[in-house]
Design a protein around this ligand. Structure first.
Ligand code: IYR
Length: 224
């Protein structure tokens, strides 16, 4: 590191033996391999404190120039969820009816998705994730952000894993365009919606598409 920024000792890092590391890495991969994107939710309530801790984990993500260019809006209010559902379904209807090109619809076919989004009201929590296109300085002046979308993507990954680890299912939902989230949730214009994360318990009879993950040998190349 260069420059004059103050430094401090690395605190809290746990040094582990290789066997311990492998055991933990394997257990974590096993836990994550059970994560599925879920579209059928139970209305069962989930404590706000769980959502808060998951967002705290998301906020630990690395970010360009440590700008932490994200904001999370956690919604459990039924009236706001209803407004989000209405607006999202309007966009989705246009998407499925004429906006999406044929190849896109074909790529989505194995997922069995359509314009109906009842989970936006059934699930106890919707977490809207926003990124800062630029920042607004103390005197209202515009300041650049660096790698804002990449950074918020990493934070969203951490949020999904945190929620899964806590025992919740998620759906990474991207109604397109998502501008209505800015209006409904009253966020400033310099923030843009990145994703709408739906979370809660899966419905008792939840179904998921019969699809599989690519093998490790296919996604990993080792050059030693
Ligand atoms: N936003 C639409 C379509 C959709 C797009 C992708 I890429 C997906 O992975 C799933 C759905 C919808 O939510 O139905």
């Amino acid at each position: 590191m260069s420059g004059t920024s103050p430094q401090q000792p690395l605190a809290g890092f746990v040094h582990r033996q290789p066997e311990d590391m492998l055991r933990r890495a394997t257990a974590y991969a096993d836990e994550m391999s059970c994560r599925r994107t879920v579209r059928d939710y139970s209305p069962r309530a989930v404590p706000q404190a769980v959502i808060e801790q998951a967002v705290r984990a998301a906020g630990s993500a690395p970010s360009g120039a440590n700008q932490q260019p994200w904001h999370f809006v956690a919604v459990s209010n039924p009236e706001i969820k209803r407004r989000i559902r209405t607006a999202a379904e309007a966009e989705e209807q246009a998407f499925y009816a004429h906006r999406a090109p044929e190849d896109w619809l074909q790529a989505l076919a194995p997922l069995g998705t359509d314009a109906q989004k009842p989970f936006l009201e059934t699930a106890p929590w919707l977490i809207a994730v926003f990124y800062e296109r630029h920042r607004v300085g103390p005197d209202g002046q515009r300041e650049k952000t660096y790698y804002a979308i990449d950074s918020v993507g990493i934070a969203t990954g951490l949020l999904i894993t945190a929620l899964h680890h806590a025992g919740l299912a998620t759906l990474t939902h991207t109604p397109s365009p998502m501008g209505f989230l800015t209006e409904i949730l009253g966020r400033p214009r310099h923030e843009r919606p990145f994703v709408l994360l739906v979370t809660g318990y899966p419905a008792e009879d939840a179904q998921v598409p019969a699809i599989s993950r690519r093998a490790l040998s296919e996604i990993l190349t080792v050059r030693d």
